[in-house]
Design a protein around this ligand. Structure first.
Ligand SMILES: Cc1cc2nc3c(=O)[nH]c(=O)nc-3n(C[C@H](O)[C@H](O)[C@H](O)COP(=O)(O)O)c2cc1C
Length: 192
């Protein structure tokens, strides 16, 4: 009799262990699935913002997407000392929306979008507005980050709000000029 009780007790303990392990596994899987809802989209003319975006995708487990202008910016285009350079002309024109390459991005797959770019003349480059106006960001959470020579985000978030539906939330992230590591970025994303 004593043996039977011990066997039944043993079976119960093993079953409880199996149920616990299965539950934990499901949780780990669902955490991974959540990360699949994250997109790190960026525009970078000279590679600085690109590096941060790559690390941020690693830190979040999100997908990485480059916003590519149809016509790449040359060094002459990027010359802010020249009032007639392409960027000077674009940034002086509130209506400017330089064309971007579109194709394989399914924005409906994502809930949270980290959106990165260089600061140009104190705000986001116009191609970022083109990107926001090209896709439907209704109900999405958009966290902006940037790199710059020294400027902060200033009025960038408010400027970008004009290019998305009222149901999209634009959250001001940071200018990340210290080239943060993947580990640093894992801490940084906890803010949002
Ligand atoms: C046209 C243009 C305008 C810029 N305007 C500013 C600015 O207003 N403030 C600032 O701190 N840096 C400014 N910068 C510097 C860039 O923000 C900085 O170099 C950035 O890290 C470049 O990022 P990228 O390599 O991803 O393109 C400007 C650069 C360019 C090309």
């Amino acid at each position: 009799m004593k043996n039977i009780v011990l066997i039944i007790l043993g079976i119960l303990i093993i079953s409880a262990g199996v149920v616990f392990a299965l539950n934990n596994n499901t949780k780990a899987n669902s955490d991974n699935t959540t990360n699949k809802n994250i997109l790190v989209a960026y525009f970078s003319a000279t590679g600085t913002t690109k590096r941060i975006a790559q690390n941020l995708a690693k830190a979040t487990g999100g997908d990485l997407y480059e916003i590519k202008p149809l016509k790449t910016y040359t060094n002459a285009d990027l010359n802010w000392h020249d009032n007639n350079s392409r960027t000077s002309v674009e940034m002086n024109d509130p209506k400017s929306r330089p064309e971007i390459v579109t194709g394989d991005l399914s924005i409906e797959n994502y809930d949270t979008i980290y959106l990165g770019f260089p600061i140009w003349w104190g705000t986001a480059p116009k191609v970022v507005h083109t990107f926001l106006e090209k896709y439907n960001f209704s109900g999405k959470k958009i966290i902006i980050f940037a790199t710059s020579g020294s400027s902060g985000l200033g009025n960038t978030a408010n400027n970008l709000k004009q290019s998305v539906s009222k149901t999209a939330t634009i959250i001001e992230g940071d200018v990340l000029n210290s080239n943060p590591s993947v580990e640093n970025l894992k801490q940084w994303v906890k803010k949002f």
